[in-house]
Design a protein around this ligand. Structure first.
Ligand code: URA
Ligand code: SF4
Length: 250
Protein backbone atom coordinates (compact mmCIF):
# COMPACT_ATOMS: atom_id res chain seq x y z
CA UNK A 1 0.00 0.00 0.00
CA UNK A 2 1.36 3.45 -0.86
CA UNK A 3 0.65 6.77 0.86
CA UNK A 4 -1.86 7.97 -1.73
CA UNK A 5 -3.94 4.80 -1.44
CA UNK A 6 -3.77 4.98 2.35
CA UNK A 7 -4.88 8.60 2.26
CA UNK A 8 -7.78 7.86 -0.06
CA UNK A 9 -9.00 5.15 2.31
CA UNK A 10 -8.54 7.34 5.35
CA UNK A 11 -10.52 10.20 3.82
CA UNK A 12 -13.55 7.89 3.73
CA UNK A 13 -13.07 6.58 7.28
CA UNK A 14 -16.08 6.10 9.55
CA UNK A 15 -14.40 4.03 12.26
CA UNK A 16 -15.41 6.40 15.06
CA UNK A 17 -18.04 8.97 15.94
CA UNK A 18 -15.83 11.91 14.99
CA UNK A 19 -16.69 11.22 11.36
CA UNK A 20 -20.18 12.64 11.98
CA UNK A 21 -18.96 16.10 13.03
CA UNK A 22 -15.91 16.62 10.85
CA UNK A 23 -15.71 18.90 7.81
CA UNK A 24 -12.52 17.31 6.47
CA UNK A 25 -10.35 14.38 7.46
CA UNK A 26 -6.87 15.71 8.25
CA UNK A 27 -4.72 12.84 7.05
CA UNK A 28 -1.30 14.48 7.39
CA UNK A 29 1.16 16.45 5.33
CA UNK A 30 4.79 16.09 4.39
CA UNK A 31 7.21 14.07 2.31
CA UNK A 32 6.96 10.26 2.23
CA UNK A 33 10.66 9.77 3.02
CA UNK A 34 10.74 12.15 6.01
CA UNK A 35 13.34 11.48 8.70
CA UNK A 36 11.34 13.30 11.35
CA UNK A 37 7.66 12.60 11.97
CA UNK A 38 5.77 15.13 14.11
CA UNK A 39 2.60 13.97 15.81
CA UNK A 40 -0.01 16.31 17.29
CA UNK A 41 -3.24 15.40 19.02
CA UNK A 42 -5.93 16.21 16.53
CA UNK A 43 -7.22 18.84 14.12
CA UNK A 44 -8.58 22.14 15.44
CA UNK A 45 -11.02 24.40 13.64
CA UNK A 46 -8.66 25.73 10.94
CA UNK A 47 -7.31 22.24 10.27
CA UNK A 48 -10.86 20.83 10.01
CA UNK A 49 -11.74 23.57 7.53
CA UNK A 50 -8.63 23.20 5.39
CA UNK A 51 -7.96 19.46 5.71
CA UNK A 52 -4.31 20.11 6.63
CA UNK A 53 -2.48 19.65 9.95
CA UNK A 54 -1.20 22.57 12.02
CA UNK A 55 -2.36 25.45 9.85
CA UNK A 56 -3.87 27.67 12.58
CA UNK A 57 -1.99 29.79 15.11
CA UNK A 58 -0.19 26.79 16.64
CA UNK A 59 0.84 25.75 13.18
CA UNK A 60 2.42 29.10 12.46
CA UNK A 61 4.56 28.76 15.59
CA UNK A 62 5.41 25.17 14.68
CA UNK A 63 6.51 26.24 11.21
CA UNK A 64 8.81 28.78 12.82
CA UNK A 65 10.45 26.09 14.92
CA UNK A 66 10.75 23.82 11.92
CA UNK A 67 12.37 26.58 9.91
CA UNK A 68 14.85 27.11 12.75
CA UNK A 69 16.07 23.54 12.50
CA UNK A 70 16.08 23.29 8.73
CA UNK A 71 12.86 21.34 8.44
CA UNK A 72 10.01 22.15 6.14
CA UNK A 73 6.76 20.24 5.67
CA UNK A 74 7.05 20.67 1.92
CA UNK A 75 10.59 19.35 1.78
CA UNK A 76 11.84 17.07 4.52
CA UNK A 77 9.47 16.19 7.35
CA UNK A 78 5.97 14.86 7.95
CA UNK A 79 3.21 16.12 10.24
CA UNK A 80 0.31 13.99 11.43
CA UNK A 81 -2.08 13.66 14.36
CA UNK A 82 -3.29 10.96 16.75
CA UNK A 83 -6.88 11.47 15.53
CA UNK A 84 -7.55 12.60 11.98
CA UNK A 85 -10.94 14.22 12.60
CA UNK A 86 -11.60 17.23 14.83
CA UNK A 87 -13.00 16.50 18.28
CA UNK A 88 -15.96 18.84 18.94
CA UNK A 89 -14.96 22.00 20.84
CA UNK A 90 -11.35 20.80 20.57
CA UNK A 91 -11.76 18.45 23.54
CA UNK A 92 -9.14 15.73 24.06
CA UNK A 93 -9.78 12.70 21.87
CA UNK A 94 -11.60 9.93 23.80
CA UNK A 95 -9.62 6.72 24.32
CA UNK A 96 -11.98 4.89 21.96
CA UNK A 97 -11.40 7.52 19.27
CA UNK A 98 -7.58 7.36 19.54
CA UNK A 99 -7.76 3.58 19.55
CA UNK A 100 -9.92 3.57 16.41
CA UNK A 101 -7.67 6.05 14.63
CA UNK A 102 -4.20 4.76 15.56
CA UNK A 103 -4.02 2.17 12.76
CA UNK A 104 -3.86 5.07 10.25
CA UNK A 105 -0.89 6.59 12.04
CA UNK A 106 0.81 3.21 12.42
CA UNK A 107 0.49 2.70 8.68
CA UNK A 108 1.87 6.20 8.00
CA UNK A 109 4.79 5.39 10.30
CA UNK A 110 5.41 2.10 8.51
CA UNK A 111 5.49 3.78 5.09
CA UNK A 112 7.62 6.75 6.15
CA UNK A 113 10.05 4.88 8.42
CA UNK A 114 11.22 8.07 10.13
CA UNK A 115 14.39 8.20 12.22
CA UNK A 116 12.53 9.87 15.06
CA UNK A 117 8.96 10.61 16.11
CA UNK A 118 8.50 13.98 17.82
CA UNK A 119 5.31 14.11 19.90
CA UNK A 120 3.82 17.57 20.22
CA UNK A 121 2.14 17.88 23.61
CA UNK A 122 0.83 15.62 26.34
CA UNK A 123 -1.89 13.79 24.39
CA UNK A 124 0.47 12.60 21.65
CA UNK A 125 3.37 11.89 24.03
CA UNK A 126 1.25 9.85 26.42
CA UNK A 127 -0.29 7.89 23.58
CA UNK A 128 2.99 7.26 21.71
CA UNK A 129 5.67 7.16 24.41
CA UNK A 130 4.29 6.29 27.87
CA UNK A 131 0.98 6.79 29.58
CA UNK A 132 2.57 8.81 32.38
CA UNK A 133 4.93 10.85 30.20
CA UNK A 134 5.39 14.37 31.60
CA UNK A 135 6.09 17.00 28.98
CA UNK A 136 7.18 19.46 31.68
CA UNK A 137 9.79 17.11 33.11
CA UNK A 138 10.83 15.07 30.10
CA UNK A 139 10.58 17.39 27.11
CA UNK A 140 13.49 17.13 24.72
CA UNK A 141 14.74 13.74 25.93
CA UNK A 142 15.36 11.16 23.25
CA UNK A 143 13.68 7.90 24.19
CA UNK A 144 14.36 4.53 22.62
CA UNK A 145 11.25 2.42 22.62
CA UNK A 146 11.73 -0.95 20.99
CA UNK A 147 14.40 0.43 18.66
CA UNK A 148 12.30 3.42 17.60
CA UNK A 149 13.38 6.88 18.74
CA UNK A 150 10.82 9.24 20.25
CA UNK A 151 10.89 12.69 21.71
CA UNK A 152 8.10 14.55 23.51
CA UNK A 153 7.96 18.30 23.57
CA UNK A 154 5.59 21.19 24.24
CA UNK A 155 2.55 21.59 22.06
CA UNK A 156 2.86 24.94 20.28
CA UNK A 157 -0.63 25.84 21.56
CA UNK A 158 0.60 25.41 25.15
CA UNK A 159 3.39 27.87 24.48
CA UNK A 160 0.90 30.33 23.01
CA UNK A 161 -1.48 29.90 25.98
CA UNK A 162 1.21 30.37 28.62
CA UNK A 163 3.20 33.38 27.55
CA UNK A 164 5.22 33.16 30.77
CA UNK A 165 6.60 29.79 29.61
CA UNK A 166 6.97 30.96 26.09
CA UNK A 167 9.86 33.39 26.53
CA UNK A 168 11.78 31.04 28.78
CA UNK A 169 11.31 27.99 26.65
CA UNK A 170 11.40 29.40 23.19
CA UNK A 171 15.13 29.29 22.55
CA UNK A 172 15.52 26.01 24.43
CA UNK A 173 12.79 24.48 22.32
CA UNK A 174 14.52 25.56 19.16
CA UNK A 175 17.93 24.36 20.29
CA UNK A 176 16.68 21.03 21.61
CA UNK A 177 14.89 20.26 18.41
CA UNK A 178 18.23 20.57 16.68
CA UNK A 179 19.14 17.35 18.47
CA UNK A 180 16.57 15.60 16.35
CA UNK A 181 18.43 16.48 13.20
CA UNK A 182 19.88 13.74 11.18
CA UNK A 183 23.55 14.60 11.57
CA UNK A 184 23.19 14.42 15.32
CA UNK A 185 21.11 11.26 15.32
CA UNK A 186 23.67 9.48 13.24
CA UNK A 187 26.72 10.49 15.22
CA UNK A 188 25.78 10.73 18.90
CA UNK A 189 25.17 7.36 20.53
CA UNK A 190 21.78 7.20 22.20
CA UNK A 191 23.33 6.49 25.60
CA UNK A 192 25.06 9.86 25.38
CA UNK A 193 22.11 11.82 24.02
CA UNK A 194 21.14 13.32 27.40
CA UNK A 195 24.68 14.63 27.90
CA UNK A 196 24.66 15.97 24.40
CA UNK A 197 21.38 17.83 24.93
CA UNK A 198 22.40 19.42 28.19
CA UNK A 199 25.83 20.31 26.86
CA UNK A 200 24.44 21.78 23.67
CA UNK A 201 22.02 24.02 25.54
CA UNK A 202 24.74 25.30 27.85
CA UNK A 203 27.15 25.77 24.97
CA UNK A 204 24.78 27.87 22.91
CA UNK A 205 23.60 29.82 25.96
CA UNK A 206 27.18 30.74 26.86
CA UNK A 207 28.43 31.31 23.32
CA UNK A 208 25.61 33.60 22.30
CA UNK A 209 23.44 34.99 25.09
CA UNK A 210 22.26 37.78 22.85
CA UNK A 211 20.87 35.27 20.39
CA UNK A 212 18.92 33.43 23.11
CA UNK A 213 17.56 36.74 24.39
CA UNK A 214 16.52 37.81 20.90
CA UNK A 215 14.57 34.61 20.32
CA UNK A 216 12.94 34.81 23.75
CA UNK A 217 11.95 38.43 23.48
CA UNK A 218 10.79 38.63 19.90
CA UNK A 219 9.60 35.09 19.32
CA UNK A 220 11.18 35.55 15.90
CA UNK A 221 14.06 33.88 14.24
CA UNK A 222 16.03 35.77 11.67
CA UNK A 223 17.84 33.84 8.94
CA UNK A 224 21.06 34.90 10.54
CA UNK A 225 20.17 33.57 14.01
CA UNK A 226 19.10 30.31 12.48
CA UNK A 227 22.43 29.95 10.71
CA UNK A 228 24.19 30.72 13.99
CA UNK A 229 22.25 28.01 15.85
CA UNK A 230 23.13 25.47 13.19
CA UNK A 231 26.77 26.55 13.16
CA UNK A 232 27.08 26.39 16.97
CA UNK A 233 25.36 23.00 17.01
CA UNK A 234 27.87 21.63 14.54
CA UNK A 235 30.72 23.16 16.49
CA UNK A 236 29.48 21.63 19.72
CA UNK A 237 29.00 18.25 18.04
CA UNK A 238 32.66 18.26 16.97
CA UNK A 239 33.85 19.14 20.49
CA UNK A 240 31.57 16.54 22.00
CA UNK A 241 32.98 13.86 19.72
CA UNK A 242 36.57 14.94 20.22
CA UNK A 243 36.13 14.79 24.00
CA UNK A 244 34.53 11.37 23.75
CA UNK A 245 37.40 10.11 21.56
CA UNK A 246 40.00 11.49 23.97
CA UNK A 247 38.28 9.89 26.92
CA UNK A 248 38.11 6.51 25.27
CA UNK A 249 41.76 6.79 24.24
CA UNK A 250 42.98 7.50 27.78
N1 URA B 1 -3.21 20.94 17.19
C1 URA B 1 -2.92 19.66 16.95
O1 URA B 1 -2.64 18.89 17.85
N2 URA B 1 -2.93 19.25 15.68
C2 URA B 1 -3.20 20.07 14.66
O2 URA B 1 -3.16 19.61 13.52
C3 URA B 1 -3.49 21.41 14.93
C4 URA B 1 -3.49 21.84 16.20
FE1 SF4 C 1 -11.70 7.51 11.27
FE2 SF4 C 1 -9.86 8.60 12.78
FE3 SF4 C 1 -11.74 10.12 11.75
FE4 SF4 C 1 -12.35 8.42 13.69
S1 SF4 C 1 -10.97 10.18 13.85
S2 SF4 C 1 -13.47 8.72 11.79
S3 SF4 C 1 -10.99 6.72 13.24
S4 SF4 C 1 -10.17 9.00 10.63
Amino acid sequence: MDMDTLKAECLACTRCELCTTRTNVVFGQGVPDAEVLFVGEGPGQSEDEQGLPFVGRSGQLLDKYLFAIDLDREKNCYIANIVKCRPPQNRDPLPAESEACMPWLREQFRLIQPKIVVCLGRVAAQRMIRQDFSVTREHGQIINKGGILFMGTFHPAALLRQPQNHPYQQHQQVILLVAALDHVMQTVPLARMDDFRTGLLTYIETQDQALCRRIDESGQLSDEDRETILKLSREFLTRFQTEAAEKSGE
